[in-house]
Design a protein around this ligand. Structure first.
Ligand SMILES: [Zn+2]
Length: 168
């Protein structure tokens, strides 16, 4: 999936956390949470040379290359996410939940990809949710449709949380 699709998924994940926490969308904390979601969504692709995250976090991507960590392996695995859960504990409860949910959205939607994900890294098995002919290829029309669906949910969630009667 493309970075912008992962950002859209990260945004939806952040919004779901805010709704679940019963929080308001009209606060600086919520704005920070949404931004965090957009950034944490594409974060796992720091393992992909040339990606925006690899460029932004150059030392991390250089280290991953040095360790010969391949794309959609370690950074997309359950073991790594559990490690991140512990490492990000110093964050506030809302930001911690948003960070993990948005990061988790990444391998989750990559599961719809044709290549699948090494979800159980260091085991070698690749996991893919859809048969090849239904899989969403990176940059394909189906990915664009998928991204628009995510954005629609991303608009609908805060609007429904705020409530139409209060908007008009
Ligand atoms: Zn990925």
């Amino acid at each position: 999936m493309l970075q912008k699709t992962h950002s859209a998924a990260g945004l939806v994940a952040a919004e779901l956390v805010i709704v679940y926490h019963g929080g308001s969308f009209w606060s600086w904390e919520a704005a920070g949470a949404l931004l965090l979601g957009c950034l944490a969504g594409p974060l796992a692709d720091v393992d992909k040379q040339g990606s925006t995250m690899a460029k932004l976090l150059f030392p991390v991507s250089a280290l991953l290359r040095l360790l010969n960590v391949r794309h959609r392996t370690m950074t997309h695995s359950i073991v790594f996410i559990l490690t991140l859960m512990v490492l990000s504990l110093p964050l506030s409860p809302l930001y911690h939940a948003v960070f993990i949910a948005a990061y988790l959205s990444h391998p989750l939607i990559d599961l719809f990809n044709e290549q699948g994900v090494h979800l159980f890294w260091p085991l070698k098995a690749r996991v893919r949710l859809l048969p090849k002919f239904l899989a969403v290829d990176t940059g394909s029309t189906s990915e664009t449709v998928f991204r628009w669906m995510l954005l629609a949910v991303g608009i609908w969630l805060p609007v429904s949380a705020i409530g139409f009667p209060r908007l008009f």
